[in-house]
Design a protein around this ligand. Structure first.
Ligand code: GLU
Ligand code: MG
Length: 427
């Protein structure tokens, strides 16, 4: 059902008063405009006004000026995708829909991240490919605890919180596969069944805000920041991907290898999308399960790309690649669009993978190259690579670079502790 009047009537019957329309900006922050349920039909037809300046917003809410974005002039229309309209189980009286950003002539805004991902997925479809994508969500919640990593004791202590969260996700039709306590104090993870790329990114936005809302209803606060405690294991934003054609998973074939090789070859530039904050590089260090080396390996949790083989019997459908070096400051639409663009170039070029690394790369006498160790190095790699401007748009890449360099400047001279403190509650 996507008729806005019918949907509004149903929302009203379910005691919903407000609909949150969200989009994710280039610094990875989910921004929103809210409308009363009675305005849903108007919003679906005309959109809701939003300044294009948000494209240049930084993590601290200051903004920069790009060649194609920034400044006070202009207006975009946020149009809810009513197919995704969801009653929010963690926020009584609220519903949510991801918004597409159009200009006033109803042309898609070239820097609309969701539109960029739709375009990339469409290009893959033209070549006969589909993609299944899934995000893992890690977060730390206050108050922290000193209970064992992965321990049942932590789950017992947080039992009502976690059950309420699971109930909320189920009520929102989120396809949860797993929930567990993670390594760091107060850290948890949920993971989900794979979906089409846009669906997976939408689901990630919904899940994160649901975790935040359920946390708030318990008087607690969730952080998805890459580092929560200086020196500790951080929050990753791992992405699972598999490439398909004619209902067949290609990940165990040469085409799948070329897809992974295409991603591996471009990881430094890809980090400008997937590890896009200054804080990302506090997380992305060796021997912290973050995947700090430019290599791949079978089930290797220290490789940037972990090849997940699955068990015999389900391997043909389950095989996928896990991008470990990405974190939750990434705009999920852009992270996926960039990964798929790199992967498909690998397929077109028939790229081949180097030998896998089957130990912790840090333990090798001559380890594979480290990934960029700073945001400015990742931004430089992005700027040097013409692929992304042609695949994602010159305007978008220019703005992304302006935002990355703006954030580098914002944190210039800051200590590790300051970066952690100033990022912690932004994500
Ligand atoms: N929290 C780790 C990270 O920063 C990942 C732990 C895991 O392997 O799930 O990516
Ligand atoms: Mg994890």
């Amino acid at each position: 059902m996507t008729n806005p009047d019918d949907l509004a009537a149903e929302l009203t019957a379910r005691n919903v008063a407000v609909v949150a329309l969200t989009w994710v900006d280039n610094s990875g922050i989910t921004r929103m405009k809210g409308i009363p349920v009675g305005r849903l039909a108007h919003a679906a037809q005309w959109g809701v006004g939003a300044s294009p300046v948000f494209d240049t917003f930084l993590v601290d809410d200051s903004s920069v000026l790009g060649q194609y974005a920034g400044g006070p002039v202009g207006d975009l229309r946020l149009v809810p995708d009513l197919r995704k309209l969801t009653v929010l189980a963690g926020q009584p009286g609220w519903a949510w829909a991801p918004a597409d950003r159009y200009d006033q002539n109803r042309d898609r805004h070239p820097q609309d991240a969701r539109g960029v991902l739709e375009r990339v997925v469409g290009k893959l479809a033209d070549q006969g490919f589909t993609v299944r994508a899934g995000f893992e969500v890690e977060w730390c919640v206050t108050p922290s605890d000193s209970l064992p990593a992965y321990g049942m004791a932590r789950v017992v202590e947080h039992s009502d919180y976690l059950r309420t969260l699971m109930e909320a996700l189920i009520a929102e039709n989120v396809l949860v596969e797993q929930l567990h306590p993670e390594y760091s104090p107060g850290q948890f993870e949920v993971s989900f069944s794979p979906l089409d790329p846009v669906g997976a990114a939408d689901m990630l936005v919904l899940v994160r805000e649901t975790i935040r809302a359920v946390s708030a209803s318990f008087g607690r606060r969730a952080s998805f920041a890459p580092r929560v405690v200086a020196g500790g294991v951080g929050n990753g934003g791992h992405i699972h991907l598999s490439l398909w054609r004619d209902s067949a998973n290609l990940m165990l074939s040469d085409v799948g290898s070329s897809f992974v090789a295409g991603i591996l070859a471009r990881l430094p530039a890809l980090l400008a999308f997937g590890a896009p904050s200054v804080a990302s590089y506090l997380r992305l260090v060796p021997s912290h399960w973050a995947g700090a080396y430019a290599c791949w390996g079978h089930e290797n949790r220290e490789a940037a790309l972990r090849f997940v083989t699955g068990s015999p019997g389900e391997r043909e459908s389950a095989a996928n690649i896990e991008v470990k070096c990405f974190d939750a400051t990434a705009n999920p639409y852009l992270a996926l669009a960039a990964l798929l663009s790199a992967g498909i170039v690998g397929v077109t070029d028939g790229a081949s993978l180097p030998e896998p690394v089957e130990v912790d790369p840090a333990s090798l006498a001559s380890p594979p190259p480290r990934l960029p160790t700073s945001l400015s190095a990742a931004a430089d790699a992005l700027e040097r690579d013409p692929l992304f401007a042609s695949a994602l748009g010159v305007e978008l890449v220019d703005t992304v670079l302006a935002v990355r360099r703006g954030e580098v400047a914002v944190f210039d001279g800051a200590s590790e502790e300051e970066i952690v403190a100033r990022t912690l509650w932004r994500y």
